[in-house]
Design a protein around this ligand. Structure first.
Ligand code: TPP
Ligand code: MG
Length: 612
């Protein structure tokens, strides 16, 4: 494998702990202990050997041994604890961090109850194929050692079963040596493509026992060989023959890394082939969306009509690990097989399991390159003789003011004003609302957008946003998340974690005072049944009382702005909020938007009900 390819698989963001963050929560009066003395010291030391910078957690007695080891043996450094007010937030922060860095940090949750809270975030990370190492704990496996009642309710025969169907691997090691091995194996598995969360459950007794004898030192790197792969030359040859003969090639750009090299490789390939390119909002930016070859406004759910038209006209389709290739074919061709030849670059099938159907429909494939797009595209470029140059986006025209509506304040007003207020800054969108219109904000760098929560689990936004901002702290990029009010309310305590650890970020809440997505579903059902669609809001609206989101943010140490009701106040409010973030704060802006999605999204959700 070429060096260029090897480099492409890694993100260009530092995964070291940030210096100003290290100043928060300093332990006092530490004794200098060099060698692990307790079972849990071995676990803590292994986390350090693995260079895990942070561990997002909510505490619990089941891992009080490990907790002590991280604070008093490691000095709360590498990993540093990030206290979270809910376990779902802890795991989704780790997920957001991985979305930027491509690498796992750790999270810790308390016995079965903490793990129960964390399940939603496990599922989101799993569907998003993002690495997270989650540590858990159980009351003493040895029943004779259990405290009455509490240790019994917090001990389960097979705790890992709670999340096993949507993790790559889990373990419950029975000794300090086995714990060390489990951490090495788990971290290695999590970070190996297709990536995903792993869960390691430590027996409370094991953690709290004195270490009987020291463990033989090991070199962790030797247990974690780089799992790089390359497509076979014959398969590359077959793919290249198809691509060379193509008159109307289409590239579906799906799950790719945040690497700039990978981005340049994809642009060079598309330009050499004169291929139309399709991207989507489920996942991070994969291709410049304002490039002339970018064929259609990126959609969030099903592939939009203009993208379908491009797929329909294609004679060769190059799939770069699109999340749902089978779904693209289904909506475009119905039950008929596509006539176009299909080259598929994906290794996702290697982790498909029986419980969750997130593997999607089975697509037609003529040539399979069973590696990641970051590994395959440079090989295709090499075989095609393509020269890869750094992609230079054209400068955007300067504007005096954003183009805002004159009627009710809609989501696109928020987005346009936000984009205008951000100006020339490099911005990473770490989350976007369901109401987002992909036409409004072009992505021109792989870190311009890191993708949605993955598993469609509402409540992933705030945690993902804080995790991404943590990874970007000090990078010079402005971290911005736009969350729905439903999404924000489900996990708003992520704001406290960001404020406490001084992780600057801007969260804008597209506050339509509703779980609006489901209003459209109720409208659809009512129309089909010839019942009054005007009742769609009942059981959906988050109003009377309206929630004061700015106060909620302020109460957790952030700067709260709004509610903003008028278009004319948007830009100035965002400018103030951005200034607060650039001064190191967390800022939350409540924008009261009219309930509603873009015309395209609304039409898609209500399609087929027009006559009723
Ligand atoms: C955990 C979870 N609960 C419920 C849903 C169903 N659901 C899908 S979208 C949505 C509304 C989200 O509301 P909000 O974030 O305010 O976005 P809006 O649709 O209002 O723009 C709900 C409840 C879900 N996907 N995940
Ligand atoms: Mg809403």
């Amino acid at each position: 494998m070429s060096t260029a390819t090897a480099k492409a698989a890694t993100a260009e963001i530092s995964t070291d702990a940030h210096p100003t963050l290290k100043e928060v929560d300093r332990p006092a009066n530490l004794t200098s202990e060099n060698a692990p003395a307790w079972g849990s010291d071995v676990i803590a030391e292994t986390l350090r050997d693995l260079k895990i910078p942070y561990i997002a957690l909510n505490p619990g007695a089941s891992y009080r041994g490990l907790h002590d080891s991280i604070v008093n043996f490691l000095g709360n450094e590498m990993p540093q604890m990030l206290l979270c007010l809910h376990e779902e937030v802890a795991v989704s922060i780790a997920h957001g961090y991985a979305k930027v860095t491509g690498k796992a940090m750790a999270a810790a949750v308390h016995s079965n109850v903490g793990l129960f809270h964390a399940t939603m975030a496990f599922f989101n990370a799993w569907c998003d194929r993002m690495p997270v190492v989650v540590l858990g704990a159980t009351g003493p496996v040895d029943a004779a050692k259990r405290r009455p009642w509490i240790d019994w309710i917090h001990t389960a025969r097979d705790q890992g079963a709670i999340v096993r169907d949507f993790t790559k691997w889990d373990d419950q090691p029975a000794s300090p040596a086995a714990s060390r091995e489990a951490l090495l194996r788990g971290t290695w598995i999590a970070n190996t493509a297709p990536m995903g969360p792993v869960y390691i459950n430590f027996d409370a007794e094991l953690q709290e026992n004195k270490l009987v004898e020291p463990l033989a030192p090991i070199d962790p790197a030797r247990y974690m060989p780089p799992p790089e792969t390359a497509p076979s030359p014959e398969m590359v040859k077959k793919a290249v023959a198809l691509l060379k003969g193509a008159k109307n090639p289409v590239i579906l750009c799906g799950r790719v890394s945040r690497s700039m090299d990978g981005w340049n490789q994809r642009v060079a390939l598309a330009e050499a082939l004169n291929a139309k390119v399709i991207t989507e909002l489920k996942i991070g930016a994969s291709f410049p969306t304002d490039h002339p070859l970018h064929a259609a406004v990126p959609g969030g759910s099903a592939i939009p009509p203009d993208a379908q038209a491009a797929v329909k006209a294609a004679d060769v389709i190059l799939n770069l690990d699109w999340v749902d290739l089978g779904g693209v074919f289904k909506v475009t061709f119905g039950d008929a097989m596509p006539k176009a030849k299909v080259i598929s670059v994906t290794n996702d099938f290697r982790i498909h399991r029986g419980w969750s159907m997130d593997y999607q429909g089975l697509p037609v494939v003529d040539v399979l390159l069973p590696v990641t797009p970051d590994e395959a595209v440079p090989e295709l470029n090499k075989a095609l003789g393509v020269t890869v140059k750094p992609y230079q986006p054209k400068p955007l025209p300067k504007r005096d003011k954003p183009d805002l509506s004159s009627g009710k304040l809609v989501v696109n007003d928020l987005v346009r004003a936000l984009k205008f207020a951000c100006g020339d800054r490099d911005v990473t969108l770490s989350h976007i609302s369901l109401s987002w219109d992909g036409a409004t904000w072009p992505f021109r760098h792989p870190l311009d957008y890191v993708g949605s929560e993955g598993g469609g689990g509402v409540g992933g936004g705030p945690g993902n946003a804080v995790g991404a901002a943590l990874a970007l702290k000090g990078s010079g990029r402005l971290s911005v998340a736009v969350c729905g009010d439903g999404d924000f309310m489900m996990a708003n305590t992520a704001v406290w974690t960001a404020a406490h650890y001084k992780i600057p970020l801007l969260i804008v809440v597209a506050n339509n005072r509703s779980f609006f997505n489901d209003e459209l579903h109720q409208e659809r059902v009512a129309r089909i049944r010839s019942r009054p669609p005007e009742n769609r809001w009942i059981g959906q609206r988050i109003s009377e009382p309206d929630i004061d989101i700015a106060s909620l943010a302020r109460s957790q140490g952030a700067q709260g702005f709004g509610p903003v009701f008028k278009q004319g106040d948007l830009v100035s409010t965002f400018q103030k909020a951005i200034a607060a973030v650039e001064a190191g704060n967390v800022a939350v802006v409540d924008v009261r938007v009219e309930p509603g999605y873009s015309a395209v999204a609304t039409a898609a959700m209500l399609r087929g009900t027009e006559k009723n």
